[in-house]
Write a protein that binds this ligand. Structure first.
Ligand code: BG6
Length: 313
């Protein structure tokens, strides 16, 4: 798993290769979708999108939802595939279903895809395994090219899935004429900086290990975030449970005051994900509420907010 975590920068480079062009600052998925029988008219006629997956893949879907709504202007929902398959979802031929699955073989995700197929939905699968069942069920497949993921707990394929959802959303936005070339260029420029940003974070593993040692004996952890930080919080809690057997919960930071704040005990570690985005001030104010209750905050934020971290760890 550690090896796969450290492969993430290279995985990002290869997942963007041939898709993100840093010279023209454009995204192009025509090489992936070249045999596609799907017309531009059908793409433009999509009225809603459903993203389905399980575990880490579902967390990627929750991030993808922001991209699809923002860049492609498609009302988007996310469903846990195990729930989706049993709740008789309302689907039609104008619904786009995007499944995210590293293996392409997760039973609940495949069952959700079967359900979508019966309703004649347009289907895209984002998958890391060439020839997997999800690629046979979908109309279009976007392969992650992240290399085999041996660890049961997904790591590198999460980032690759998020990048793939980003690329799909930008491409759909172009076809649906909801994405301006300025927005596209800004997204491409930022995306191409990610591999080196990931290397910088992973280069900090000494400090990360120090923090981990300090809190390793804790019995409970909370992870909080808003916006894109919310699925990251859920993923952090999932990973901690899965690999450390420590009880952890991920919450939307705005949800804390509606009950979960009662869980905070003196010295309880709370990981706060607060990048300097539109939610920053709100998340920091939620963070102050947990500090007031005695939490020890581990804040993940941009470098220039460093003094807040050193005040609170
Ligand atoms: C779980 C794994 O069993 O399956 C998770 O522990 C993974 O890490 C989930 O995200 C879904 O798998 P897949 O292959 O459909 O992405």
């Amino acid at each position: 798993m550690l090896k796969e975590i450290h492969e993430q920068s290279d995985v990002l480079v290869s997942s963007m290769q041939g898709r993100y062009d840093g010279l023209s600052n454009t995204v192009d998925l025509s090489a992936d979708f070249q045999d596609s029988p799907i017309s531009k008219g059908r793409i433009q006629g999509i009225t809603r999108c459903l993203l389905v997956g399980m575990g880490t893949s579902m967390h990627a879907c929750m991030i993808g939802r922001h991209y699809l709504e923002r860049f492609a202007g498609i009302p988007t929902e996310v469903d846990n595939a195990a729930e989706f398959r049993y709740r008789r979802p309302l689907l039609d031929a104008n619904t786009l279903v995007i499944s995210v699955t590293q293996s392409g073989e997760t039973v609940d995700t495949l069952a959700a895809m079967d359900e979508a197929k019966r309703a004649d939905c347009l289907q895209i699968t984002i998958c890391n395994t060439p020839g997997a069942q999800s690629t046979r069920l979908a109309d279009l497949s976007l392969l992650l090219g992240a290399g085999a993921e041996i660890s049961v707990a997904s790591t590198k394929t999460l980032l690759a899935s998020i990048m793939a959802l980003h690329a799909v959303s930008l491409s759909l936005g172009k076809l649906r004429e909801t994405l301006t070339s300025e927005m596209e260029a800004e997204q491409v420029v930022n995306a191409l900086q990610l591999p080196s940003a990931v290397s910088t974070v992973l280069g900090n593993s000494g400090k990360i290990l120090q923090v981990a040692r300090k809190y390793a004996a804790s019995e409970h952890f909370l992870f909080l975030g808003r916006g894109l930080g919310y699925p990251v919080a859920l993923e952090g809690a999932l990973k901690l449970k899965e690999v450390s057997y420590i009880h952890a919960e991920g919450y939307s930071a705005g949800e804390m005051k509606h009950g979960p704040l009662a869980l905070i005990e003196d010295g309880m570690p709370v990981v706060v994900i607060a990048p300097k985005d539109d939610y920053y001030k709100k998340t920091i104010s939620n963070m102050q509420e947990v500090i007031a209750r005695g939490a020890k905050v581990l804040l993940l934020t941009n470098k220039d907010a460093n003094q807040v971290i050193s005040e609170n760890i």
